[in-house]
Design a protein around this ligand. Structure first.
Ligand SMILES: Nc1nc2c(ncn2[C@@H]2O[C@H](COP(=O)(O)OP(=O)(O)OP(=O)(O)O)[C@@H](O)[C@H]2O)c(=O)[nH]1
Ligand SMILES: [Mg+2]
Length: 380
């Protein structure tokens, strides 16, 4: 730390928040008056938010920096990560740019951090005295509290002291975070930080307010990303693959139900559902399971052909095999289905990881090995 390093960097990720910037900077400046703090906007906007930030920063009573990203890697979480990376302060505080996080809480979070010696102080909606009433509707409130419960159950140790791992309002000791460990995606950077480090956490309650202006960026895609994040934090690639398989199975059943209700014969419904879900699974897989390996493998159509072909062959083998297991009386229908699905899952994952998305490096090393082997043989 040098004399010029601030004590606190207030990191604010923004995506098209132009109408909120002036009021936000005004309220934050007022709240941190007398503290050695700076504001860091990490902006991925496609509107005039950056111009507004630049204009507002001129008249602000505290330093306001902006990192504008033309390539918004990792979305909101990536923005926060870049903000933390750019900071030289002792503490990094993260808050939304729409005033749902009351700026008056900023000094409370900092003081709690300094007084408690904790690595992270979380502003929680779910600890006594907090509230999530600013979430736009009852469904979102329910989704938020159910997913919080499930998440805490999955990380019983690391989230023992955190009732609100999905909040975007917290302060963290900058030195306590190893940025290289984070794989930011989507909305939940605090979860990423807490799940990948062993940190001491203290909470303070807060009431999640309503948006001051502008539009929400929360979406179904964010929801799907969240499940992918959970899965990869806990079990890695294979479980993301399993989650997508599970989603595919649910969609498959829904399509069959819908088509048969509309009068389509069962076999046709089953075939249409199977083909559609194979395509859907491929697309989800590309995005959420093998994203990092897409460029390693062959072209998209090649991968699609391999995946599509494999899944069709697999279904064509599995169903008669299932019928055989049941009809020859070895197994009852339910356990037989479970066994074939489990085997199919492992085989499918292995095929995709080892063939469709096989990294070039390992192919290269295989080839190199193939070149060397005959020479070694000759020497014997
Ligand atoms: N830099 C950056 N910021 C983002 C991105 N997506 C969202 N944000 C910002 O992250 C903060 C939280 O996003 P919101 O859309 O308010 O999400 P939310 O608070 O869950 O949803 P609402 O309750 O409807 O406001 C806001 O400041 C957004 O501008 C992104 O891709 N990049
Ligand atoms: Mg918001």
């Amino acid at each position: 730390m040098t004399l010029t390093d601030p004590v606190l960097s207030i990191i604010i990720p923004t995506f098209n928040e132009a109408p909120n910037v002036l009021e936000l900077v005004r309220q934050v400046s007022e709240a941190v008056d007398g503290l050695d703090a700076e504001i860091v906007f990490v902006d991925d906007s496609t509107d005039n938010t950056p111009e507004i930030i630049t204009a507002v920063s001129v008249g602000a009573s505290l330093p306001v920096r902006m990192i504008h990203r033309d390539d918004p890697v990792g979305g909101l979480s990536g923005a926060v990560q870049d903000g933390i990376r750019s900071s030289t302060a002792t503490w990094c505080l993260v808050m939304d740019g729409d005033l749902q996080h009351p700026p008056s809480m900023v000094p409370v979070l900092l003081e709690t951090a300094q007084a408690s010696g904790a690595d992270v102080v979380v502003a929680s909606r779910y600890t006594r005295g907090g509230a999530s009433s600013g979430l736009s509707n009852v469904v979102r409130q329910a989704v938020s509290s159910v997913s919080t419960t499930v998440t805490r159950a999955m990380f019983p140790v690391r989230l023992a002291d955190c009732t609100d791992p999905m909040t975007g309002f917290f302060v963290v000791r900058r030195d306590a975070v190893d940025l290289s460990r984070l794989r930011p995606r989507g909305f939940k950077i605090l979860l990423e930080i807490l799940a990948r480090h062993r940190l001491s956490v203290v909470e303070v309650p807060f009431v999640f307010g309503r948006r001051f202006a502008g539009r929400s960026k929360a979406s179904l895609t964010q929801g799907v990303r969240f499940f992918a994040q959970l899965a990869s934090l806990r079990f890695g690639r294979m479980s993301r693959f399993a989650v997508i398989g599970g989603i595919g199975a649910a969609v498959n059943i829904a399509i069959v139900a819908g088509l048969t209700r509309a009068g389509v014969g069962y076999m046709w419904a089953a075939i249409v559902a199977a083909e559609l879900t194979i395509v859907m699974n491929f697309l989800l897989q590309e995005r959420f399971v093998f994203r990092d390996l897409r460029h390693e493998g062959r072209g998209t159509w090649h991968r699609f052909a391999q995946s599509f072909g494999f899944n069709n062959v697999e279904t064509a083998i599995r169903l008669p095999f299932l019928a055989l297991l049941v009809s020859t009386g070895h197994l009852a229908a339910a356990p037989a289905t479970a066994v074939t699905l489990l085997v199919a899952f492992v085989v499918r994952f292995t095929f995709h990881a080892r063939v469709v998305y096989r990294p070039r490096a390992s192919r290269r090393s295989r080839r190199a090995q193939a070149d060397v082997l005959p020479a070694l043989e000759e020497r014997r």
